[in-house]
Each structure stands twice: as C-alpha cells, then as structure tokens.
Design a protein around this ligand. Structure first.
Ligand code: AR6
Length: 171
C-alpha cells in the first residue's frame, strides 16, 4: 500500500472510491459531506435514502461505513462513514480508527484499487487536527488491505502539515 498526501478538494480526485465524512442520517450536511453531495448530484442522495430505508432506519452507526454510487463525481463509489464527535472527556479514538478500517474493508469488498480519505472528524466534529492525523495515518498504515493507492486529501495547509508529520513519524 502506498500512502500519499494531496492538498486539495476531495471531490476532484480521480480515484475508485472517495470517502465521505458523513453523519448517521446519511442525508448530507456541511463540510466535505456537502461538497460530495453537491458535486455527486441526486444519484448519491437517492441511494443514501434507499440505504436508510432498507438497512439503517436508525442511522448508520458511528465508526461504520457503507458505499453508494459516486454519481457525477470523477470516482466510482462514495464510501460514507460516520466519525465520532470529539470529546475532551471521553476517548473516542477507537471509533475514529474504525472509520478508516471499515472504509478500507468496504473498499476491498468493492475491489477498489485507489481511495481518497478526508480528515474524518477534524472539521465540524471538532477533532484536533494533529491527533486526527496521527489516528488516520497510524490506522491506515497497519490495516491489512488490498487497495494499493491510498490518498489523504487535505483541504488546508494546517491539515496537510499535520498529516505530513504523522506520515514522517511512521516512516
Ligand atoms: N475536500 C477535502 N477536505 C475537505 C473538503 C473538501 N471538499 N471540505 C472540507 N474538508 P468536515 P467532520 C475538510 O466538517 O468533522 C457534516 O455536516 C475540512 O477542512 O467535513 O467529520 C457531516 O454531515 C476538515 O479538515 O467533517 C457531519 O454532520 C475535514 O474535511 C459533520 O459535518 C473534515 O471536516 C462531520 O464532521
């Protein structure tokens, strides 16, 4: 597995699968979720609605992942995962790690060769970027997976720097 960092917009990545930092409703929101639904178009939301009706009436649980079409995105699939909201008092790192593990598991089921991850939970859900980066890179690098091309697509210089440090620390 090769891990690379990209400074940019995840909705522009030509990869087999783009990971969405969704919420349990699967019905869209702000941040990367909003951008993916805007660019992916109604086909993504339609499939999310169908998944809710068929499997996730109570919402997709935190730490789990599920795939839909990517609609008009330059990708084949969107893998939606629900990160934990950051807590100062409770350690939710395992749930954040689970987002990366479960996304890679779903990617392997789909036969994905390339995947792009955002910094899950590090925006609206409030996770401190350095910690989010350490968990993201640390988890992906030790998860056995068939996918060969893993990209972290970072939207800000701060995120890019934090992920760069995390990657350097495992090299
Ligand atoms: N490409 C790559 N990264 C992005 C993009 C983009 N187009 N847009 C934002 N980011 P967030 P969360 C970065 O808030 O913290 C939504 O409302 C952003 O700068 O998207 O997991 C959902 O519906 C940050 O570093 O996700 C949930 O309710 C990172 O992506 C909630 O937000 C994650 O920020 C999930 O919050």
């Amino acid at each position: 597995m090769e891990i690379t960092l990209v400074l940019g917009d995840i909705t522009e990545q030509r990869v087999d699968a783009v990971v969405n930092a969704a919420n349990s409703s699967l019905l869209g929101g702000g941040g990367v979720d909003g951008a993916i639904h805007r660019r992916g178009g109604p086909a993504v939301l339609d499939e999310c609605r169908r998944l809710r009706a068929s499997h996730y009436g109570g919402g997709l649980p935190t730490g789990q992942a599920v795939a839909t079409t990517a609609g008009e995105l330059p990708a084949r699939w969107v893998i939606h995962t629900v990160g934990p909201v950051y807590s100062k008092t409770a350690d939710r790192s395992d749930l954040l790690a689970s987002c990366y593990r479960e996304s890679l598991r779903v990617a392997d089921e789909l036969g994905v060769a390339s995947i792009a991850f955002p910094a899950i939970s590090a925006g609206i859900y409030g996770w401190p970027m350095e910690d989010a980066a350490r968990i993201a890179v640390g988890t992906v690098s030790v998860t056995p997976a068939l996918v060969g091309d893993v990209r972290f697509v970072l939207f800000t210089e701060d995120a890019y720097t934090a992920f760069g440090k995390a990657l350097a620390s495992i090299a």
